[in-house]
Ligand binder design. Sequence first.
Ligand SMILES: Nc1nc2c(ncn2[C@@H]2O[C@H](COP(=O)(O)OP(=O)(O)OP(=O)(O)O)[C@@H](O)[C@H]2O)c(=O)[nH]1
Ligand SMILES: [Mg+2]
Ligand SMILES: [Zn+2]
Length: 332
Amino acid sequence: MTVLDDWGFGLVPAASWQPEAVPARVVRVDRGECDVISVSGRLRVLSDSQRSQDEWAPVTGDWVELSEADGIGTIISRVLPRRTSVSRRDPAERDTEQVLASNVDVVAVVHGLDRPLPPGRLERLLVLALDSGAEPLILLSKSDQRGSGSGGDAEAVVRALAGTIPVLLTSVEDGSGLDALRARVGSGRTLALVGASGVGKSSLVNALVGDEVLAVGDVRGGDAKGRHTTTARELVRLPENAGLLLDTPGIRSVGLWEAEHALDVVFADLLERASQCRFRDCAHDTEPDCALRAAVDRGDLDVLRLERFRSLVAELDAQHQREEERRRRGER
Ligand SMILES: Nc1nc2c(ncn2[C@@H]2O[C@H](COP(=O)(O)OP(=O)(O)OP(=O)(O)O)[C@@H](O)[C@H]2O)c(=O)[nH]1
Ligand SMILES: [Mg+2]
Ligand SMILES: [Zn+2]
């Protein structure tokens, strides 16, 4: 039993470590510098990204091995394989994966009931959550604002699309749902909070910690948009060994990254019907005997949901085609 057990050490297979390794967990990444927790406490280290290559650049939540480098000090010499990872397409570079968090047990998609929820945005976030390999959860925050103003139908959107994913309503104002959320974390487990700016992710961390450990920002009066207060992904330990929360900066866009399977889960209702299409590779466009188009015509299926599904499939297909192209060019 070490101090690292409180940080989830017990979930790392012992065989993952090299002999004599000095283990640590990344709790914050800020412009190439990482804060890690090791048996000696919290330290700031450099990532040896030259040797470890960019694809292994450490992210918050990673388990890493530390070593001493002459003249530099403590560095991360190895990033362990990730048990789960929350990733999207890098918004700055078309064909690069961006890992937002790793080794999390629960991915909580957070939406504030003070604002509207476009269904397409929720679908993308759910794909991201399911694709991570962790348990998905939907948090409807600011439940004290429920039914007020523009957030009116957000709860209905969630209920219609959640499928089997659990939904929790929370409020840091009146405390509702906070015990239920705490129960979903648990000793040594990590719950990551993802969602748009201003939905109250950092506020939830502060509420569960019982202290203002993270900065919280206000939202614009008109549309409840946030101001991107959180700038770094940060892992925070709950008191009394109740587990870990991983706070992330608000995300504007959710480009999918190799998430076909998760897409099939989020759109399971469509796929089930699609088995009745005449052609197995039906694009649900103008093909004869398309079961999805027929369902739309009967009024059984929302045409907008069908179009969102088709455009997500197209997005992933395009990504694969570009990858295939690159591979072929590289082989020549
Ligand atoms: N009424 C109400 N307001 C809340 C609740 N939770 C958060 N807020 C408010 O919402 C605003 C944004 O909260 P933050 O915690 O900074 O939101 P965030 O999701 O961390 O935002 P970014 O860091 O920008 O991504 C603040 O003004 C909070 O006080 C809640 O449960 N009820
Ligand atoms: Mg925040
Ligand atoms: Zn079809």
